[in-house]
Ligand binder design. Structure first.
Ligand SMILES: Cc1cc2nc3c(=O)[nH]c(=O)nc-3n(C[C@H](O)[C@H](O)[C@H](O)COP(=O)(O)OP(=O)(O)OC[C@H]3O[C@@H](n4cnc5c(N)ncnc54)[C@H](O)[C@@H]3O)c2cc1C
Length: 519
């Protein structure tokens, strides 16, 4: 490896002012929300596909590897830190073009630096009748970065990775490919058809080190004329299983077309304020017995659910609402509908609302959930949220469960007792991401300034990961802390994947260690 020569080549590719190697910048970029030891050798900020390509060729020539980030807000899963030591960070944040927006066919083609907030602002100005599914994470996260991780969002297109096509990708060889019909410059359905014709390559480039994505088309949702926010809660956690089974039926038959969120009481508490140090006499974790003292504030509910009904008319919305009410009312202790009727296509934001649940449902980015990363910090949540800088401890696990009451009830009960035993409040968010699957997302929140907490948190993560996998619940997504935690695959999967990696990136230039055992 010749790092100095590589840096000179990066400077030639992107300009001196876009290559950073000062200690402060490198240390900031190497900080995550849990303990890491990986060093970043330099930060390079290309502004175009050609510049990305030039960086890849330079990296290959001089024997260095590149780790691409788009927004770099992958908090709780590794932030900007590469899975392996000594990589150059390729920060795509300058690639901010919104290349095409089509109001009629409801799609947008964009570059990796475009954030959720920027896309939202653009749609508001240029196509107010459409919205993009957003996340519960930072408004400054990247739409492409999140989608490549197959991140979860809100609304009918909350499973965002299933609503994208026409990727442009720079491979480790320096070659550039466009997927689906986008490989034919004259194809009229390039932005409209998921797979094109022939083998579909798109899947190779999410959750992988097989290429750097420089462009993507994302499908948009028409703003509904009628929107009902639906909220419900249960007091007895034993009711969770039957509730989940009923939600599956509503999703499968199409009465509910949107992602459904389920949060436990600990997770809700973490978004309402910081840790109750006084109540606990400065001890952690917060036991259920003390949580019960706070629970009267929210009617003693243990699980809270939220979703939305999207309809093209008030009549359709009310019909769906009546069905949801008929099914859910006997199964929950509280059920609230909040109906908004808007002026669809009038050029106004139809349902702007300060309520985060309603904002989320309409693709309006907000930081309500994100503030909880300061849960156990001893200082107030700052104006500018930055958990890497502020040493907030955040670790996610992301197991996938069948959308079935028995699985969800059992796994949630296991996670709750195991996290408490390890000394952490069992923050659990669940997302019924599709008609058949649910993401169960235990969240470890702690203070990295407390000695030993980093180690205790990772021990808890590792124990949960192993036990959930042993029960058949594998993660839909990994962090840099869990990249190597999966067991060996059945049959020849690992060998075939290794050959693909070698074919697409023979020198191992792109993101070694990312979702890979062999590269
Ligand atoms: C409190 C809290 C709430 C959260 N809520 C959510 C949520 O609701 N939904 C959700 O999905 N996540 C959530 N997250 C996790 C995370 O913050 C988001 O997923 C965030 O969007 C990821 O950061 P980013 O979009 O900036 O992507 P990046 O950090 O830029 O990218 C993520 C990873 O993808 C790869 N990558 C990025 N760009 C490229 C590219 N162009 N080519 C190839 N590979 C690339 C990189 O390896 C990178 O590390 C939450 C986190 C916290 C702490």
């Amino acid at each position: 490896m010749s790092l100095e020569q590589a840096k000179q080549a990066f400077v030639a590719a992107v300009g001196r002012e876009h290559v950073f190697d000062d200690d402060y910048a490198l240390a900031r970029a190497a900080a995550a929300t849990f303990a890491t030891t990986q060093r970043i050798l330099a930060i390079v900020r290309p502004a175009s596909t050609d510049e990305v390509r030039a960086c890849v060729i330079a990296a290959r020539q001089h024997g260095v590897s590149l780790y691409a980030v788009s927004g770099g807000k992958n908090w709780g899963l590794g932030s900007r830190v590469p899975p392996r030591d000594a990589q150059v960070l390729l920060d795509l944040g300058r690639m901010k073009q919104i290349v095409e927006l089509d109001e009629t066919l409801a799609f947008v083609t964009l570059e990796p630096g475009v954030t959720f907030q920027e896309l939202h602002d653009h749609l508001r100005a240029k196509a107010p009748a459409l919205f993009a599914s957003t996340t519960g994470s930072s408004p400054h996260g990247s739409v492409i970065g999140n989608t490549l991780e197959r991140g979860d969002g809100a609304g009918p297109y909350g499973d965002r990775a299933n609503h994208v096509c026409a990727l442009e990708v720079v491979l480790g060889t320096g070659e550039v490919v466009r997927t689906g019909f986008a490989r034919f410059p004259s194809a009229k359905a390039a932005a409209l058809h998921r797979f094109g014709v022939g083998p579909a390559l798109d899947g190779l480039f999410s959750q992988s080190g097989l290429g750097i994505v420089t462009r993507m088309t994302l499908w948009l949702t028409p703003r509904p004329r009628s929107l009902h926010a639906v909220r419900f809660s249960i007091v007895d956690a034993g009711r969770l299983g039957p509730l989940v089974d009923a939600l599956r039926v509503l999703r499968l038959e199409g009465t509910l077309r949107s992602v459904i969120g389920l949060w436990n009481d600990y997770r809700v508490l973490s978004t309402r304020g910081q840790y109750p140090w006084q109540l606990t006499g400065n001890r952690t974790p917060l036991p259920r017995s003390l949580l019960a003292e706070l629970a009267s504030e929210w009617g003693n509910a243990t699980w809270f659910g939220a979703t939305a009904i999207y309809a093209a008319s008030a009549e359709l919305g009310r019909a769906a609402r009546a069905e949801v009410e008929r099914v859910l009312a006997p199964l929950v202790d509280d059920l609230v509908f909040d109906e908004r009727a808007g002026a669809h296509g009038s050029g106004r934001e139809p349902f702007a609302d300060a309520d985060p649940a309603l904002s989320f449902a309409q693709g309006i980015p907000h930081e309500a959930s994100l503030r909880s990363v300061y849960w156990r910090k001893r200082f107030a949540v700052p104006d500018e949220i930055d958990p890497d800088r502020d040493r907030c401890g955040v670790v996610w696990l992301c197991p996938v469960l069948p959308l079935a009451g028995a699985d969800v009830g059992e796994a949630a009960a296991f996670v709750e007792s195991a996290m408490l035993e390890h000394g952490f409040e069992p923050m659990i968010a669940m997302v019924a991401q599709s008609e058949r699957c649910l993401y169960l997302m235990p969240l470890l929140l702690y203070d990295r300034d407390v000695e030993g907490e980093d180690e205790r948190a990772m021990a808890c993560h590792d124990a949960l990961f192993a036990e959930l996998a042993a029960r058949g619940y594998f993660p839909y997504r990994l962090g840099i802390h869990s990249m190597q935690a999966l067991p060996a695959s059945f049959g020849d999967y690992d060998a075939v994947m290794s050959r693909l990696e070698h074919a697409l990136d023979p020198a191992g230039v792109i993101a070694p260690g990312r979702y890979s055992k062999s590269k």
